[in-house]
Design a protein around this ligand. Sequence first.
Ligand SMILES: *Cc1c(COP(=O)(O)O)cnc(C)c1O
Length: 386
Amino acid sequence: MSHYQYINSALIHGGISNDERTGAVNVPIYQTSTYQQDGLGKMRGYEYSRTGNPTREALEALIAELEEGVAGFAFASGMAAITAVLSLLHSGDRVLISSNVYGGTFRLLAQVFDHFSISYTIADTTDAAKYEADITDDVKAVIIESPANPLMTVTDIREIADISHKHDLLVIVDNTFMTPYLQKPLTLGADIVVHSATKYLGGHSDVVAGLAVVNSEELAKKIAFIQNSTGGVLPPFDSFLLIRGIKTLGVRMDRHVDNALKAAEFLQNHKAVKHVYYPGLATDPGYATNQKQAKNGGVMISFELQENYDIEKFFESLKLVMLAESLGGVESLVCHPSTMTHASIPADIRAKVGITDGLIRLSTGIEDIRDILADLDQAINASEVK
Ligand SMILES: *Cc1c(COP(=O)(O)O)cnc(C)c1O
């Protein structure tokens, strides 16, 4: 049916990729809140833009195709997407979460969903036996990140999905770090994929957005109902920006991954660096599992400097690489997980899962790698305590 076979073509032509009425090669920004009806009950497919909007629908069809799911849904942020998905649960239910999960997901469960008596357990999804032991009767879902933020631990998605399905759990994978270009969790047994599309899918640090893709008509109906009922939808202009970003995902990711691998090797060989966390390195404990389920190790790297380096000085000395939250844009960014992205996780839990105060997270951009490495090198050297 389709006139292409490969994802690099789907990124450009997937979903609804042009305008039937005018032939415009881009989907127009339908900046409208409502739609004229031809008579009572006679709508032309749309009634109100919270319920449906053609620009948003084009994006939703695109992400569904890329993740090989049944239906896609676009939200105002990654957290809005995760909130909608967790709204499938009922009071008394419990969710298992990977031991290093995005700080905002942890906060949502610990401080918002707890009002509704939905609880969570931090589980070790990298160890099947330990994981299964945490599945008590009240557990109804699991949220997996692989590689997980910020220690890049790898979970065998198929193995955890199989165990979870034995216990009738809903398997949710946050695929933000990999994107469907590198990993497709629904093909590995997940039921729902969520994204912070703010990151690689948008790719230019200019839009905050979230996406969810489901693997069944039944889940599609439920999420569509929740999306319309709770209302955290992505506006038409932001939907357009995401479609535009996704068209270049393949070329961006190829360069991002190339640069990340070089940055990881550079850091690993640097005398000031104590440890590098990156599943793209053959020496990483997650390497083999990641190779099985993803195209490569992705882009995100974390590392720790030796004791005689001052990380505050390191962050202040960077000139090209910027200190900022977020990741996945064309520009290189670093962050300090323990005080930034993961500050909402209590210190004792951070210590338990290994998010130390010395941990630095790097989102390698697509600048010339020689400039990135030179900047990292001068900032590391400037931070040595003599
Ligand atoms: C950023 C991020 C989120 C949250 O998404 P927002 O778009 O910031 O709401 C969720 N999961 C992961 C892995 C992220 O990196």
